[in-house]
Design a protein around this ligand. Structure first.
Ligand SMILES: [Zn+2]
Length: 227
């Protein structure tokens, strides 16, 4: 029996992984894959509610993120890096942190933000995209971070990297059977979406639009990179 495959999705904020790849991840979970999320910031600035403290907000969002992933089944995992929202930089430190996670968790595939998306305004999305891409290089090549191998953390090469939010889509996943799970998972992010008008309609419309490019009722599109 082969070991179950493992998908790692790395997002800047709670809800990014679901918006970017939720339908695909739900499908993989249904097929017996293990899903791990790494949420790099604590999401403590993304509210218009002036009564909500950033401390309460970040704690609430961790709970919401767990509930959102539980929609895809039990046994999956969320790791929180807890950097402050809005302050990420694609630093060497963040790159090395991503390298250690990838080497340790040994994912088959990695999903993250496309940092090259034109006019992508949020600094955290760009920073996470670059840190993950650079972290994959450091993870797979043995002369990068040589001290890690001396403490038993050996190289790991995921098979494929999928970038969500990409402008040049070259991989389409049929999510017609898991679009509802994606929406249900997103609705668990109450502090972000309860008062956000139109997100569900936009998400459904986008799934239909991307689906039409590939002949599916609903799809998610990615830039696929072979590692
Ligand atoms: Zn985000």
């Amino acid at each position: 029996m082969t070991a179950p495959k493992h998908a790692l999705a790395i997002g800047a904020h709670p809800d990014d992984c679901e918006f970017g790849a939720g339908g695909t991840l739900a499908k993989l979970a249904n097929d017996g894959w293990q899903i791990t999320y790494i949420i790099v910031t604590n999401g403590n600035k993304g509210t218009h509610d002036k009564t909500l403290s950033p401390f309460i907000l970040s704690e609430t969002r961790e709970g919401e993120q767990k509930n959102a992933l539980d929609v895809f089944g039990s046994g999956h995992r969320v790791i929180h890096c807890r950097y402050n929202d809005g302050e990420l930089e694609a630093s060497m430190a963040l790159r090395l942190e991503m390298c250690v996670y990838i080497r340790t968790l040994k994912p088959t595939v990695v999903f993250t933000h496309d940092p090259w998306k034109q006019y992508m305004w949020h600094p955290d999305h760009r920073a996470v995209g670059f840190a993950v891409l650079d972290g994959v290089v450091s993870s797979r090549d043995h002369l990068f971070v040589p001290g890690l191998r001396q403490v038993g953390i050996d190289v790991w090469r995921p098979e494929t990297l999928y970038l969500w939010g990409a402008e040049q889509l070259d991989h389409f996943e049929d999510i017609s059977t898991t679009l509802e799970a994606k929406i249900k998972s997103l609705t668990e992010h109450h502090t972000q979406l309860d008062n956000a008008k139109g997100w569900e309609e936009r998400t459904r419309n986008r799934a239909a639009e991307v689906g039409a490019m590939a002949g599916f009722t609903a799809a998610e599109g990615f830039k696929k990179m072979i590692v």
